[in-house]
Ligand binder design. Structure first.
Ligand code: AGP
Length: 605
C-alpha cells in the first residue's frame, strides 16, 4: 500500500507534506515525491528509497508553493526508481495514487492509438495521461477527472494537482481509503487520520466511489454518479494518532511493550464495567449460527487459526478458516445462517476486503475485528469490533496480533454463551481468567533478557523450525512469520506431530528447532516429538513453564515462561515469538520497522 497526502495551505507546503509522509511511511517506503504549484507553475521532486532521500533532495533543490501533493510508495507496477516514483505528471496535471488500476494496459493501448505514449512502468501514469487527454479537449479539471475516473477499473485513492491552479486539488476514492482534512483557510487530503493529524482533527472520509473538488474555502463531494453529496465531518482523537516511539529504539519494541495495557483496554471495553459479563454489540449473536467462517491474511490468519480451537471447544460450532487470497476463488460453500468474521489490523487489506464483499448477502452476519474503526472493513461489515491496539506502525504486527486474539476469544465465549455451552458459573470463571492476562503478558515481557540471549543463537542460523501442538501450532506459524519477515532468516512453523511425516529430514546439528509448549494436556506428545529431534542431534530450544522444563529434561537451550491457563497460552506465548524475532533482527542489522519488500498493509491483491 502507499501513502498519499495533499495540502492547500496558507504557507509553504513542502515541510508539512514531508511531515505527513513520515507518518505514512509505514504504508510503503520504496520511493517518495512531492509536487507543488508555485506562482501557477506545477513542479515536482522525487527520490528513490526512504523518505530521508527526498528530504535531502529538497534541501538542495527546494520546492516552493502553497499547494502540493505527496506520496510514499510500495511498488506494485514498475521497480522502485525515480522514473516510477509518484507524483506522476502529464503536462498540466500531476497525480498521486494508492491502489492498482487493473485495466491500465488497455487504457495505455487506447491512448497510444491517439499518439499518446507512456514513459514509466506504472499504472498510475495512465491516470495522468488520460486526465491530460481530457484537459486537452477543453474539459475543466473537475470534468477531466470525472471522465478519467469513469474509465478506471481497480482500486485507487487519488490526489490531483493542476498547473495554473493555486487553489484547487481533486481527490477520489475507490477501494483505497481517503479523507479530507478541514483547516482554517486551508484544506487537506490524506490516506488516513494519522497523515492528517499534524494539520487538523476534523476529517471527512470519502465513501466508496466518491470524488471531491477542494479549494481553501471548502470541499464539494460527488458520488459515483456525479451527484453532489454531503459527507459528515468527524473529530479524530489525536492521541489515537500518535506515532512516536515513546523512547523505544523501534516502533516494534514500543508496540511489544504496550501489550499489557492494550489487552487491559480490550477487556475494559468489551466487558461490563464490573467484568461479570461480556458487553458486545447486540448484533454479535451466535444463537442461530450453524457455522463460523474466519478470513484474514498473514498474522491475522494465524489468529483465526487459534480462534478455530476456541470456537469449537467453547461453543461446539463448526469453524472454517481460510486465507483471504484463496477464499473467494474456491467458491466456498456458505450458509445463510452462518457468521463470517474478517480479521484485519489495518482494515484495508485488499484480499480480506474482497473476501468480505464476496460473502456479503450470503451469510447471516459479517463481523469485523479491526484496529482502525474508520477503515473499509470496519465500515463494510455488519458490525466491527475494535481491537483498541492504537496505531501499529511497525510492519511486523505484534500488539495487533494479541489484541485480535483476545477479541476473538471474547467472540468464542459469546458464541458458547449464546449456544448454552457456557453456564454463568463457567463464564464467570473464564472472565476472571481474562483479568490475569495483562499481568501474565507483563511477566513474559520480563523474560526479555533471556530471550535476547537465545536470539543471538538464532541470528547466526540460516534456517529455523518452530513447533507447536494443538492451539500452539498456529503460534509456531506466527513465530516463523515474525522471524522471517524482519530478520530474513528462512523459518517454518509446523505441527509437532507432523514432523515425522517428512520435515524431520531437515533436522541436523545446526538448525535450531524452537518448541513452543506450555505444560498442557498435549505436552507428553510434544516431549516425544522433541526426543525424535534430539535423537538426531537436533538443537531443541524449549519454550515452556517450569513444570514443562523439568519434565522435558536437558535440551540445547530453554526459556522459562510463567505458568499460564490453557485459555491464555496462545496470547502469552506470542511474546517470546515476537521478542525472539526482534532481537534476532537487531543482531543481524536488518531494518526492524521497515523490512525490505514489505509494507504495513497490502491494499492490492
Ligand atoms: C504481520 O506481521 C505481517 N506484516 C502481515 O502478515 C499482516 O498481518 C497481513 O498483511 C495482514 O494485514 P492486516 O491485519 O492489516 O489485514
Amino acid at each position: 500500500m502507499c501513502g498519499i497526502v495533499g495540502v492547500l495551505g496558507r504557507h509553504e507546503v513542502a515541510p508539512l507534506i514531508l511531515e505527513s509522509l513520515k507518518r505514512l511511511e509505514y504504508r510503503g517506503y520504496d520511493s517518495a515525491g512531492i509536487a507543488t504549484v508555485n506562482a501557477g507553475v506545477l513542479d515536482r521532486r522525487r527520490a528513490v528509497g526512504k523518505l530521508v532521500n527526498l528530504s535531502d533532495l529538497l534541501v538542495h533543490q527546494p520546492l516552493p508553493g502553497k499547494a502540493g501533493i505527496g506520496h510514499t510508495r510500495w511498488a506494485t507496477h514498475g521497480e522502485p526508481n525515480v522514473k516510477n516514483a509518484h507524483p506522476h505528471r502529464s503536462g498540466p496535471v500531476a497525480v498521486v495514487h494508492n491502489g492498482i488500476i487493473e485495466n491500465f494496459r488497455a487504457l495505455r493501448e487506447a491512448l497510444a492509438l491517439e499518439g499518446i505514449g507512456h514513459e514509466t512502468d506504472t499504472d498510475t501514469e495512465t491516470i495522468a495521461l488520460l486526465t491530460r487527454h481530457h484537459l486537452d479537449r477543453g474539459m475543466t479539471p473537475a470534468e477531466a477527472v470525472a471522465a478519467t475516473l469513469a474509465r478506471l477499473d481497480g482500486a485507487f485513492a487519488l490526489a490531483f494537482l493542476f498547473d495554473g491552479e493555486e487553489d484547487l486539488m481533486i481527490g477520489a476514492r475507490k477501494g483505497s481509503p481517503l479523507a479530507v482534512g478541514w483547516g482554517e483557510g486551508e484544506m487537506f487530503l490524506g490516506s488516513d487520520a494519522i497523515a492528517l493529524a499534524p494539520m487538523t482533527d476534523r476529517i471527512t472520509y470519502l465513501e466508496e466511489g466518491d470524488w471531491v473538488v477542494i479549494t481553501r474555502a471548502g470541499a464539494e463531494f460527488h458520488d459515483l454518479a456525479g451527484n453532489r453529496v454531503n459527507r459528515p465531518v468527524a473529530r479524530i482523537r489525536l492521541d489515537q494518532t500518535r506515532v512516536d516511539k515513546a523512547g523505544h529504539k523501534h516502533f516494534m519494541a514500543k508496540e511489544i511493550a504496550e501489550q499489557p495495557s492494550v489487552l487491559g483496554a480490550v477487556t475494559a471495553f468489551h466487558l461490563l464495567p464490573d467484568g461479570t459479563d461480556l458487553a458486545l454489540p447486540a448484533e454479535v449473536d451466535f444463537t442461530t449460527a450453524d457455522r463460523i467462517t474466519l478470513v484474514a491474511c498473514g498474522t491475522g490468519h494465524y489468529a483465526t487459526q487459534v480462534a478455530k480451537y476456541w470456537f469449537e471447544q467453547l461453543a461446539g460450532i463448526p469453524v472454517e478458516i481460510d486465507i483471504a487470497s484463496e477464499f473467494r476463488y474456491r467458491q466456498p460453500v456458505l450458509s445463510d445462517r452462518g457468521v463470517a468474521i474478517f480479521v484485519s489490523q489495518s482494515g484495508e487489506t485488499a484480499d480480506t476486503l474482497a473476501a468480505l464483499r464476496h460473502v456479503s448477502g450470503k451469510v447471516a452476519r459479517t463481523i469485523g475485528v479491526v484496529n482502525v474503526p474508520t477503515s473499509s472493513i470496519a465500515r463494510e461489515t455488519d458490525v466491527a469490533l475494535p481491537i483498541l491496539a492504537g496505531p501499529e506502525i511497525s510492519v511486523a504486527s505484534t500488539k495487533g496480533f494479541t489484541a485480535q486474539l483476545l477479541v476473538l476469544l471474547l467472540l468464542a465465549l459469546k458464541a458458547g454463551q449464546d449456544r448454552g455451552r457456557l453456564p454463568p458459573a463457567m463464564m464467570a470463571q473464564h472472565l476472571a481468567t481474562l483479568k490475569t492476562l495483562p499481568g501474565l503478558v507483563a511477566r513474559a515481557l520480563d523474560r526479555e533478557a533471556d530471550i535476547e540471549a537465545l536470539a543471538q543463537k538464532l541470528a547466526e542460523t540460516r534456517d529455523a523450525l518452530f513447533l507447536g501442538r494443538g492451539v500452539m501450532f498456529p503460534l509456531a506459524l506466527e513465530a516463523a512469520l515474525k522471524l522471517k519477515e524482519i530478520s530474513y532468516i528462512h523459518a517454518e512453523g509446523y505441527a509437532s506431530g507432523e514432523l515425522k511425516h517428512g520435515p524431520i529430514a531437515l533436522i541436523d546439528k545446526v538448525m535450531p528447532v524452537i518448541v513452543l509448549a506450555p505444560r498442557d494436556a498435549l505436552y507428553d506428545k510434544t516431549v516425544s516429538n522433541m526426543q525424535e529431534v534430539m535423537a538426531r542431534q537436533g538443537r531443541v530450544i524449549l519454550v515452556s513453564d517450569r513444570a514443562g522444563l523439568d519434565e522435558a529434561g536437558p535440551v540445547w537451550a530453554q526459556l522459562q515462561m510463567p505458568s499460564v491457563p490453557d485459555l491464555l497460552a496462545p496470547i502469552v506465548y506470542a511474546i517470546p515469538a515476537q521478542l525472539l524475532a526482534y532481537h534476532a533482527a537487531l543482531a543481524r542489522g536488518t531494518d526492524v520497522d521497515q523490512p525490505r519488500n514489505l509494507a504495513k498493509s497490502v491494499t492490492v491483491e
